[in-house]
Design a protein around this ligand. Sequence first.
Ligand SMILES: [Zn+2]
Length: 277
Amino acid sequence: MKILISADMEGATGVTWPADVLPGTPQWERCRSMFTSDVNAAVQGFFDGGADEVLINEAHWTMRNLLLEQLDERAEMLTGRHKALSMVEGVQHDDVDGIAFIGYHAGAGMEGVLAHTFLANSITGVWVNDVRASEGLLNAHVVAEYGVPVILVTGDDVACEDALGYAPEARKVAVKDHVSRYAAVCRTPARTAAEIRAAAKEAAALAVRREPVDGGPFTVAVEFDAEHLAMAATVVPGVARTGERRVAYTSATMYEGIRTFKAVTTIASNAVEEQYG
Ligand SMILES: [Zn+2]
C-alpha cells in the first residue's frame, strides 16, 4: 500500500497569519517544525495502519518548507517546484492507493484561517461547475481521475467542513478552530500529532484504488479583486472574460483544468502592482 501526502502549510498546527507561512521569516522557521510534526504524524499513522510506502509531496509556496531531517526515515519526500500536477504530483503514476491532504485550508473568499486559492490574495472566488471551490476540491477532482481516494484531511475547522463536500468518507482532523482569517484557537503540536496519527492509522483502511472518475467537462470560473487581472488572464488560450472581474474556461478533464488554472494564476499574479494591486 502506497500513500501520497499533499502537504500545504496554511492549515498546519499553530499557523495563523502570513509571516507564519512566508519563507525566510523567523516565524516561518518556527512554524516549519509544527508543519513537519503534522506531516510526520500522518506518516507514522499510515505505517501503523499497514502502509508499505509513504511519499510526501511538498505543496506550499516554494515547496521547500518541511524539515526532511525530522521525518520518519521510512518516508520519502518530493521537494521543489515545477511539477506536472503541482500539489498532487505523484498521483499520476498508478501506484498510489490513497492520498492525504495535510495542512489544507479554506478557499478564496471563504471564512477560515489564511483562506485563499493558489494566490495569497487577488482571487476572491473560484467555482467549478458553479460549486464554490477550494484547493482541496480542485485537487480532489484531479485525484479522482486517477482512481485515488482522499482518505485524510487536516487543517482548521473550516477546511475540515469544506472536505465534507469533496471527500465525505475521508477522516478529518481540525488542528485549530478559526476565529478570523488571521486568528485561531490552536492546539499544541503534541496533541494534534496524536490526533493525526490515530486518524491516519484508521484512514489507511480507506486506501483502496477505485475506478477512475470521468467527471468532466469542468467549467472553472475565477473572480479577481481587480478588473485588469481578469483582462490579463485572458491571454491564456481558452480563457474568456465573463464579467468585469471574472473569467471562465472549460476543460474536458480536471488534469487540464488544474493546469489551466495554474497558468491563469501565474499570469494574474504577474499583473499585480505593488501599490494599486
Ligand atoms: Zn494552499
